[in-house]
Write a protein that binds this ligand. Structure first.
Ligand code: PMP
Length: 404
């Protein structure tokens, strides 16, 4: 059982008012809030041991290097990667996907095929389209049904001996659907294709075990998991990371440089050119410590309760339609009310101090599927409460009255 009132005290931002009203933050799928424990780690870094890493002989540089590498070990442990060098620091999910897509452009050729799911964020579509343009490979789409679930049976016809890669999110940011990635990985591997799982939305709710999943690449952003923006990670199986060429050239990623020839550093540094987000990496580790201390089973159970409670209350509002009615979903609810534009409702809710997201959620193909321009999306984390949901529901009812 979570002690939500105790947890809420960890988040200073939850004390603030917006437009004179206590903040109700239901935009967690866009970015999560940061607990004091993580803020303290950031302040400590800049107050006490801010220095560049890996190169310095002086004390500050050693301390920063140790903390940054310890955080990599925490991330490795959290995701149960076999080796710490299978964890590559990136600037976030988008950067991680671009790293892999850029690497694959040297491995793919005309006639090769890649498969994307219909439920993806633009970050997990556009880099692959760019990859296909560069390499001549073709892109196929695994379709979804009206509940916002992937039609997994279609995979059997889409996967061929030419399929080299399948990319899919673990959880959809627009609808909250939890995808059966275990089945997708198994089927893709049966034809020799690699799988990249976008974990941007799963990592706040689930603790993935990359070895048990046997996934080839798994990516996420720290800011969705109570960490800072501008840092994330790519997990890649050692054999794949060795096969992929470096992403960017620069300092840190080399073994030897001369004007005739440069050799590259070993993993993970081969993919980490330039001065990284040192403080961000350390804070990413602290955020995982924070979430693990609460426990992912307790987090998931409580968020499910919030999801069920909010879904039931929302469906009592006349004309309200929820998009994404999969049985297996997380605490994200996308909806519209009658013909009211989502933006109008979002603006009125903001006046009441309630933060939701409106629009296409960087998932235009999903909106096209439902033939809508966008939705209102409320997404909950473990620090939200049923009381907040009650205030949100009465705010929504007021907004509907004002707009009808
Ligand atoms: N994929 C999914 C499913 C997401 O929800 C997001 C963030 N909205 C991203 C990718 C991109 O993450 P970032 O902007 O942190 O790179």
């Amino acid at each position: 059982m979570l002690d939500v009132q105790k947890i809420r005290k960890d988040f200073p931002i939850l004390n603030r008012k917006v437009n004179g009203k206590p903040l109700i933050y239901f935009d967690n799928a866009a970015t999560s809030q940061t607990p004091q424990q993580v803020i303290d780690v950031i302040v400590d870094y800049y107050s006490n041991y801010n220095a560049n890493i890996h190169r310095g002989v002086h004390a500050l540089s050693q301390e920063a290097t140790d903390a940054y590498e310890q955080a990599r070990h925490k991330i490795q442990k959290h995701f149960n990667a076999k080796h710490p060098h299978e964890i590559i620091y990136t600037s976030g999910t988008t950067d991680s996907i671009n790293l892999v897509a850029s690497g694959f452009s040297t491995l793919l050729k005309k006639g090769d095929e890649v498969i994307v799911s219909a439920l993806e964020h633009h970050s997990n579509i556009v880099p692959w389209q760019m990859l296909c343009e560069r390499s001549g490979a073709s892109l196929k789409v695994l379709p979804m049904n009206n509940d916002g679930e992937l039609v997994i049976s279609e995979l059997d016809t889409l996967l061929t001996e030419n399929t080299k890669l399948v990319f899919v999110n673990h959880i959809s940011n627009a609808l909250g659907t939890i995808n059966p990635i275990e089945t997708i990985i198994e089927k893709a591997h049966a034809v020799g294709a690699a799988v990249l799982v976008d974990g941007a939305q799963s990592c706040p709710h689930i603790k993935p075990d990359v070895q048990a999943l046997d996934v080839d690449f798994y990516v996420c952003s720290a800011h969705k998991i109570c960490g800072p923006t501008g840092v994330g990670m790519l997990y890649g199986k050692e054999e794949w990371l060795k096969k992929l060429p470096p992403y960017q050239g620069g300092g840190e990623m080399i073994a030897e440089v001369s004007f005739e020839k440069t050799t590259y550093a070993d993993l993970p540094h081969k993919f980490e050119a330039g001065t990284p987000n040192i403080c961000g990496g350390i804070a990413f580790g602290a955020a995982l410590d924070y979430m693990n201390a609460i426990g992912f089973d307790a987090i998931a159970a409580y968020e499910n309760e919030l999801l069920e409670y909010a879904t039931e209350k929302l469906l009592q509002i006349e004309g309200l339609k929820i998009y994404g009615t999969a049985e297996n979903k997380t605490s994200v609810i996308s909806f519209n009310i009658g013909n009211i534009h989502p933006y109008d409702i979002g603006t009125i809710l903001d006046k009441m101090g309630i933060a939701v997201r409106t629009g296409h959620h960087c998932a235009q193909p999903i909106m096209d599927f439902f033939k809508i321009p966008g939705t209102i999306r409320a997404s909950f984390m473990f620090y939200n409460t049923k009381e907040e949901i009650d205030t949100f529901i009465s705010g929504l009812k007021k907004a509907v009255m004002m707009l009808s």
